[in-house]
Design a protein around this ligand. Structure first.
Ligand code: ZN
Length: 185
């Protein structure tokens, strides 16, 4: 199956991780680097460093990008991919994103994985796995559940070390700051 055929295949055909596209494309890598940049900026603003980009799989056109805003906006839904998916849907004027790839530096949580299914996202490419909240493979497999009506293609572990290092650094400095406050909160 050619790359083009794969992208054009009917929604739901095949399953995540079992196709020829088990590895990221050059566009995935290019835009994952951008997502990491967004994550870095977020961490400078006191946010958990997670970044996301949504692009049209075939054309490579970027529809939306975002970083975590939960602290700044006091928004429990302020996760990078959640915001980017919403913006991408607004950009194309359709809630269905079968033709899109969602790139995110950390494995989506149950909320975001649920949104990915609801938005009929065609492909998901993520960085570090999240053993505490990951819902693509770590804790739940929401994006690969045959009981749900949509299963995107999922590729995990892309530039995962860079992403994990950002997160480790962020939580390390958070711990140090809390220790400096003597007892912290
Ligand atoms: Zn999330």
């Amino acid at each position: 199956m050619s790359l083009r055929d794969w992208f054009n295949r009917k929604d739901g055909a095949g399953g995540p991780g079992e196709g020829e596209l088990g590895s990221p494309t050059p566009k995935d890598l290019e835009l994952m680097a951008r997502a990491l940049e967004l994550a870095r900026e977020a961490s400078a603003a006191g946010e958990t460093p997670v970044g996301a980009v949504v692009y049209e799989t075939e054309s490579g056109r970027v529809l939306a990008e975002a970083a975590n805003t939960r602290e700044r906006e006091r928004d429990p839904a302020g996760h990078a991919e959640f915001l980017a998916i919403r913006d991408a849907a607004a950009a194309v004027g359709d809630w269905r994103l079968n033709h899109c790839t969602v790139l995110v530096t950390l494995e989506p949580c149950p909320m975001c994985a649920g949104m990915i299914v609801n938005a009929r996202v065609g492909r998901v490419v993520y960085g570090a796995r999240d053993p505490k909240a990951g819902a693509c493979e770590s804790l739940y497999k929401i994006t690969d559940d045959p009981r749900l009506n949509h299963r995107p293609q999922v590729i995990g572990g892309v530039m995962a070390e860079e992403s994990a290092e950002l997160l480790r650094g962020f939580f390390r400095s958070l711990r140090e700051r809390n220790r400096g406050r003597k007892g912290g909160d």
